[in-house]
Design a protein around this ligand. Structure first.
Ligand code: SF4
Length: 607
């Protein structure tokens, strides 16, 4: 039986050197990989108080035991670091094939610290590691960088890189891979930029071996059957037929489609920018990440209107919302153009669109003038929105005020603007209004990386009824427990590393089976898998506690707590956070400040 090993490449950019390390089995089993491994490394190796944009901040690029194997949808990687947006621990992930290629090149994770004297990129080919000059790529857009580095290395290399936004250290800068895939949230593109690290290119031929190939085939067949039977993940199911933008009409009908900076939850033009409309108009073909049967990706090609000629991948639900409902824009061509620009500059689409929508509301309310914005920045003005994306990406004009997201922008603007900054812990909220999904609101408040939907996607149960329908307005212990379960399962899946969309079809037992056959770990069970997620979530809490986080940070924007939803199914509702938070801390075994109690730490093997 093949012994499971994780090989880590540790790069010190200041010293211009590297070393390798084999991870001990206890850590590998306790934290898996991806988000968990990155968190463990950050917690153990980085002292409190480090400036996220300083050489001391560590950034980890991690795969997991499932990455690059025959297990379905196993082409994601995680990036973990201290966030310049939140000041706390963060993880962000991306799909594609970069992660599988990294493992084929001989490494399971890369840990980077220090700062290079000049712009560099890391080139890894079949175990060989080289730091190369990236001077000619500095300032280049993402597609130019990708193509240029492949020309210098290998045409089939997989390139992960930053664009101008990362170089200019925007707190909303993404890390892109294979041109169109984004590890978008929490500004880790800026961390790469601060290190003068433009890119990491990988190419490898190594077989990714597993401990028990026959057992794994059985587990994969079982998983594939479930995927093919779920209405969400099957061929021609919701995700395959319409991409993630299938959610547009569903969320709008549920009254939780945030519109014009969360002023309401119903957008009258939602149908025009839905996944269904995309399929009828600009969709060219479906795309998929490594070994993924679902194919939720969309390649779009705009053939008419003023955005004719715009092409590109990854017009996701969150992206189409951020520039659609959030900015009051109803033209799919404009959304495709906005997405294209974010991909090229290396910007988080959610935070970029959310911040522009925030500025539009400030103009609407007379808090800032159109002259101050330098554009006719009003809801529905697609051209001003497009122009502002470029200004933000280059930190120019009023774009420089908005370039670090809504929390930083509201500090710069003042005049009461912070009330309209729809963020938690410095991270802009995504495309769901929690006044109509109380579990998701609790998750937004407590997620360790800030206003994040994928830390605990209770929308699955609260709105979609998967695996079972939960009352969206329930705020009792039952809903608190559901939120905790989603958060723990997510942290485990994120560390395995696998696409979260598979959880629409698979459960903890399926993951435990696949991990057991890949690693050969005796008696690896679904209980151990879920406990791993709980441990990782608590360790993230400990990191944030060290950075001064507490109950004051587990909150929601005042608008969602004070202003009743004006229409739709959640009409009259605001979010009942305080009571839910008390129950959440008790059920988690945390104290009233939201920090894990000693007993909890002992139970999780953290004391
Ligand atoms: S479901 Fe979509 S995002 Fe997930 S692995 Fe498949 S194609 Fe990629």
């Amino acid at each position: 039986m093949k012994k499971y090993d994780m090989k880590i490449l540790k790069v010190d950019l200041t010293a211009c050197g590297y070393e390798t390390q084999l991870l001990d089995e206890r850590t590998a089993r306790g934290y898996l990989g991806g988000r968990g491994l990155g968190t463990k490394i950050l917690y153990d190796e980085q002292p409190a108080g480090v400036d996220p944009l300083s050489p001391e901040n560590i950034i980890v690029f991690a795969t997991g035991p499932l990455t690059g194997t025959r297990t379905p949808s196993s082409g994601r990687h995680f990036v973990v670091s201290k966030s310049p947006a939140t000041g706390g621990i963060t993880f962000t992930s991306s799909g594609g094939t970069w992660s599988a290629e990294l493992r084929k090149a001989g490494y399971d994770a890369i840990v980077v610290k220090g700062t290079a004297e000049r712009p560099v990129y890391l080139w890894i080919e079949d175990g060989d590691v080289e730091l190369r000059d990236a001077g000619s790529f500095w300032g280049k857009l993402v597609s130019e960088t990708d193509e240029g580095i492949r020309k210098e290395t290998h045409n089939e290399a997989k390139v992960l890189c930053i664009g101008p936004a990362g170089e200019k250290r925007l707190s909303i800068a993404a890390i892109m891979n294979e041109k169109y895939r984004a590890a978008g949230r929490t500004g880790l593109g800026a961390v790469m930029g601060s290190k003068n690290l433009k890119a990491i290119a990988v190419k490898g031929e190594k077989n990714i071996e597993v401990a028990d190939g026959i057992g794994l085939s059985r587990a994969v067949n079982k998983a594939m059957k479930k995927i093919s039977e779920s209405g969400v993940t099957k061929e021609d199911g919701g995700l395959n037929a319409y991409g993630t933008a299938v959610l547009t009409n569903i969320m709008n009908a549920s009254g939780i489609y945030p519109t014009k900076n969360f002023q309401t939850g119903t957008f009258s033009d939602a149908e025009n920018i839905s996944g269904e409309r995309m399929a009828e108009t600009i969709l060219k073909e479906k795309t998929a990440c490594y070994e993924c049967p679902i194919e939720c990706g969309r390649w779009v090609d705009v053939k008419s209107g003023k955005y004719s000629g715009v092409k590109g991948e990854s017009l996701e639900y969150e992206t189409s919302w951020a520039f659609g409902g959030q900015c009051g824009v109803n033209d799919l061509g404009a959304l495709a153009k906005a997405n294209y620009l974010c991909n090229e500059y290396g910007l988080d689409t959610i935070s970029t669109g959310s911040t522009i929508g925030f500025a539009m509301e400030l103009v609407d309310r007379g808090i800032i003038s159109k002259d101050e914005a330098g554009l006719d920045l009003v809801f529905g003005n697609d051209e001003a929105m497009i122009k502002m994306i470029e200004m933000m990406g280059r930190r120019e004009g009023f774009g420089a005020i908005l370039a670090d997201g809504t929390r930083a922008a509201s500090k710069r603007i003042g005049r009461g603007s912070e009330y309209y900054a729809m963020q938690v812990k410095g991270l802009e909220l995504p495309a769901y209004d929690p006044r109509g999904a109380f579990g998701l609101g609790l998750n937004f408040a407590t997620a360790n990386r800030g206003g994040c939907h994928v830390s605990g996607y209770t929308i699955a149960a609260e709105i979609l009824g998967v695996p079972l329908k939960a009352d969206p307005f329930d705020s009792t212990e039952k809903k608190v427990d559901l939120t905790i379960l989603f958060q723990n399962l997510t942290a485990s899946v994120d560390s395995s590393v696998n696409c979260l969309f598979l959880t629409f079809a698979l459960g903890a037992d399926d993951y435990a089976d696949m991990i057991r056959y890949v690693t050969g770990w005796q008696n690896y069970s679904s209980e151990e898998f879920l406990a791993t997620g709980e441990r990782i979530f608590a360790l993230e809490r400990l990191f944030n506690k060290r950075e001064g986080f507490g109950r004051k940070d587990d909150t929601l924007p005042q608008r969602l707590l004070k202003e009743p939803m004006p229409e739709g199914a959640p009409k009259g509702k605001s979010h009942p956070l305080e009571g839910m938070l008390d129950r959440y801390y008790v059920r988690r075994g945390y104290d009233t400040e939201g920090h894990p109690e000693q007993e909890t730490l002992k139970r999780l093997g953290l004391a």
